[in-house]
Every structure is written in structure tokens, then in C-alpha cells.
Design a protein. Structure first.
Length: 427
């Protein structure tokens, strides 16, 4: 197997002074390709274990073109908060986190709506909204603090090749080449994963023909820690509470409207947002720069193959409507870290570990992918019968606690919880 030339997104300033290029075939136990949200989380989780771990990332976390730690915000579930608490990252993350006290779901032009309240579920918050750049700072300062982690950034994986009981990875940095040989290779290099492709793991892609337009807005009224999810025939709209009374607006548009939407001035954008959202928070006064994300469901057809694991967006890239992609990817990382902790000292690329990982992740993955996809399809359809169903659905959803409990369970992870999610450190 040969990956051929692999060209990831770009380079940025190095955050670590490790020699970015190593001699050919430096042996490690685990090589993680991709130090975005999921790969960096896995590296932090593995750092205290007696394993030689290498992390290869193409773009430094604080570079302007970093694709994971960009201008977005991420809604973290309580399970994700617990994982970050156990990894001792929460004190730093929480300084930038805005708690979500309630979620308000509605359907434009229809009377149905649903509310989920943290207080009614005896929770301090339903989740937390954190800027991706703050997550990058917390994760990468922990990575830098662990001297035992071998970090290669900015470095690009050029070739992946299996050889006997190892995987050889050729990396390039600043024009020089070097290599690693790992017992286990983890592909955490995002939706368009070149490593997944090089490993021969197929991915099914379904284009939603929608694009998410992200920006920060300031509404006239305080958001009161409410996250809004509003379904419209043009696609869903989410408003997430942030610090200083601002909100992150995730406006979904039909793909063919994006070029025009990127040319709108702020006034035209705010008018579109207002017409979709209504006046629940008064007028929208200001907005920041807009960034567009084309949306598709990408599903790897396997989460492991000989000595390799595919995780995070490389395994499944979801529509952001329910804010579950990273939460799911973080659970991927927490589960793998636990399996590796159980086998520290042994061969961490053995087939039974890969099987255990696949089995553990399958149900959670299936549940979250299915839930998110059906949400997009049901609530994007302009068909009248579906509209009625949506009304009934949302009202029933609001009235029936079991439906809300089911959503809370999906949002916080339906599978057996990992030790990290239960607050139990791995070492
Ligand atoms: C608009 C939007 C809003 C979202 N909101 C939420 C939310 O509220 N809650 C939530 O849970 N999820 C949310 N998500 C999903 C979340 O952003 C993703 O699930 C998450 O980014 C996945 O992280 P990842 O590390 O797997 O992949 P990525 O974020 O894509 O990171 C991949 C990393 O790999 C690196 N890389 C790529 N190729 C190579 C290579 N060859 N060599 C070395 N490095 C390489 C890249 O530079 C990058 O750093 C949202 C997504 C979108 C688009």
C-alpha cells in the first residue's frame, strides 16, 4: 500500500522546537496523523501512558489557516466536559466556555416548538459553547507540556506503507523527509482524509447541497444562555450563546446561494438572519466576518484496518445541525485511549484491539449519524405532510419527557461510557 504524494492544507508557524524531521524509521507505538480537535485530544489522553506516541500535524494550532482551530465555536456536551475535566484541561477551557442553560427548537412558519431545560434535568448546563481557537490553545499547551510526546509540526504525511508488524509513515517538513514506524497508525486527518484513502478504506459521501455560513452576531437582547435551533425550508439555523452577549450564528443555505451570500454586506446578511430567526432576541445589531462550510455526510466504511484506526471527521463527518461531530470524535479518542491503556506494554496494533475498538464505537457512531442525518432530512423538506409531522413531532417532543431524555442520551453518548467520561484517569 502506498499513499503516493499527499498534500494537506498548508503550513504555519511551528509551536514546538522538536526536530520536525526524524531519521528514517524511528520506532513509536502510536502515530497520530492530524493534530486537530480529535487528534490533539487523543495525544493528550495518551501522553501519561507508557507509550511512545508521535503526533504529525500539517498546520500549527495558532496559524491563521488552521482548519480545525478556526473562527468557529463548538458546543461541547457534558460527556465532553467530563473527558476534558479528567484530562485536566477543563480549568483552561472553562475560562472561555459559555454554559447552555436551555435549548429552544422551533420550526419557522409553524406553531410547534420544543424546549429542553438544564435545571429540569438537574444539570448545571446542557452543554458549553467554546471558541475552537480556545480549544486549540488548551490542547496544544498540554501537548507542549508533555516532553515525552514526539511532535512534528508543521509536517505533512507523504506516504503510508504497511510492513510486517508495523506501519511506515514518511513525513516531510521544510523540504526534508524522514520516517516513523508505528505499531498503530491513527488517521485523524479530517473529512478529506488522505491517510484513510491511502489505507484503502472507502468513504461514502452524501452531499447535502447545503453550506453553513458561520459568523458572530450581537442581538439587542441578552441570549440568557439559550441555544436556538430553528428549522426553515432553506435549511436549519442555529444560534449559540457566547460571552459578552454575542452569539455564533450557523446559517444554512442552499449551496447555489452561497456565492451571492458571501457578497452580501452586513446589512443584507443581518436582514436574512432576522427574517429566518424572527425577533425573539430583538434586532441583530452587528455581525463579524462570515466563513462558509459546504456540508456533506461522509462515512468511512470501516473504522479500522490492519494496524490502523480511522477516527473523528476522518471516520464520520456530520452536518453541524445538532453539534455532535466533535463530541462523537472525542468519544472515539477516549475509547481508544482506554483500550491502549489496558494493553500498555503489549503490541498496540493487534487485531483484537482493533476489533474491540470497532465494537465499542459502532453503536454510538450509528446512533449519532442516523439521528443527525434524519434531523437534516426531515426538517429540510418543504413537503406539507412532513411539515405537519414536524409540528406534531416538535410538540410531542416538548410534551414527552422520554423524547427529550432520548435526545439528551444521544447528545451525550449512547454507548458504554469510557473511563475518561466517567472521571477516571487512565494513569
Ligand atoms: C460549521 C460547523 C460547526 C460545528 N459545530 C460543532 C459543534 O458545535 N459541536 C460538535 O461537536 N461538532 C461541531 N462541528 C464538527 C467538528 O468541527 C468536527 O467534528 C471536528 O472538527 C473534527 O475534528 P477532527 O480533528 O477529526 O478533524 P479536523 O478538524 O478536520 O482536523 C484535522 C487535522 O488534520 C490535519 N491534517 C490533514 N491532513 C494532514 C496530513 N496529511 N498530515 C498531517 N496533518 C494533516 C489538519 O491540518 C487538521 O488540523 C462543527 C462543524 C462545522 C463545519
Amino acid at each position: 500500500m502506498d499513499a503516493g504524494e499527499m498534500n494537506p492544507t498548508g503550513t504555519g508557524a511551528s509551536v514546538r522546537t522538536d526536530t520536525p524531521v526524524v531519521r528514517a524509521d524511528t520506532p513509536v507505538d502510536v502515530a497520530i496523523v492530524g493534530g486537530g480537535l480529535v487528534g490533539a485530544s487523543l495525544a493528550v489522553a495518551l501522553a501519561p501512558l507508557p507509550l511512545r506516541v508521535a503526533l504529525i500535524e500539517a498546520v500549527a494550532h495558532d496559524a491563521p489557516d488552521q482548519p480545525s482551530f478556526d473562527e468557529r465555536t463548538t458546543a461541547l456536551s457534558n460527556a465532553s466536559r467530563r473527558i476534558f475535566e479528567t484530562l485536566n484541561l477543563w480549568p483552561q477551557i472553562s475560562a472561555s466556555a459559555t454554559p447552555i442553560a436551555r435549548i429552544h427548537v422551533s420550526d419557522r412558519g409553524r406553531f410547534g416548538f420544543a424546549r429542553i431545560e438544564a435545571a429540569r434535568q438537574n444539570l448545571p448546563a446542557l452543554g458549553y459553547v467554546v471558541p475552537n481557537r480556545a480549544l486549540g490553545r488548551a490542547l496544544w499547551s498540554a501537548i507542549q507540556a508533555h516532553a515525552a510526546l514526539q511532535v512534528h509540526v508543521p509536517a505533512q504525511v507523504r506516504e503510508v506503507r504497511r510492513a510486517d508488524d508495523r506501519v511506515r509513515i514518511e513525513i516531510e517538513s521544510g523540504g526534508a523527509r524522514g520516517g516513523l514506524s508505528a505499531r498503530l497508525l491513527v488517521a485523524a486527518d479530517g473529512a478529506a482524509s488522505r491517510v484513510r484513502e491511502a489505507l484503502g478504506v472507502e468513504a461514502r459521501v452524501r452531499d447535502y447541497h447545503q453550506t453553513a455560513l458561520i459568523t458572530t452576531v450581537l442581538p439587542q437582547q441578552f441570549h440568557a444562555h439559550t441555544a436556538y435551533e430553528r428549522f426553515t425550508t432553506q435549511g436549519p439555523l442555529a444560534l449559540l450563546p457566547m460571552s459578552d452577549g454575542r452569539c455564533t450564528a450557523v446559517l444554512t443555505l442552499a449551496a447555489e446561494r452561497v456565492a451571492e451570500a458571501m457578497r452580501w454586506d452586513d446589512g443584507a446578511y443581518l436582514a436574512e438572519l432576522q427574517s429566518r430567526f424572527g425577533f425573539r432576541l430583538g434586532r441583530f445589531l452587528k455581525c463579524g466576518p462570515r466563513v462558509a462550510y459546504p456540508l456533506a455526510l461522509t462515512q468511512a466504511q470501516a473504522t479500522s484496518t490492519d494496524r490502523c484506526i480511522v477516527m473523528g471527521n476522518a471516520a464520520q463527518t456530520l452536518h453541524p445541525v445538532a453539534g455532535m461531530g466533535f463530541n462523537l470524535g472525542l468519544r472515539d479518542a477516549a475509547c481508544l485511549a482506554e483500550l491502549l491503556a489496558q494493553r500498555a506494554g503489549g503490541d498496540c496494533g493487534e487485531a483484537d484491539l482493533l476489533r474491540a475498538y470497532d465494537d465499542w464505537r459502532a453503536r454510538d457512531r450509528r446512533g449519532v449519524i442516523g439521528f443527525t442525518d434524519s434531523l437534516v432530512r426531515t426538517f429540510s423538506s418543504p413537503l406539507a405532510p412532513l411539515g405537519l409531522l414536524r409540528n406534531a413531532g416538535l410538540l410531542a417532543f416538548d410534551l414527552l419527557p422520554p423524547a427529550k431524555a432520548a435526545l439528551s442520551r444521544i447528545a451525550s453518548g449512547t454507548a458504554r461510557a469510557s473511563r475518561l467520561a466517567r472521571g477516571v484517569p487512565l494513569a
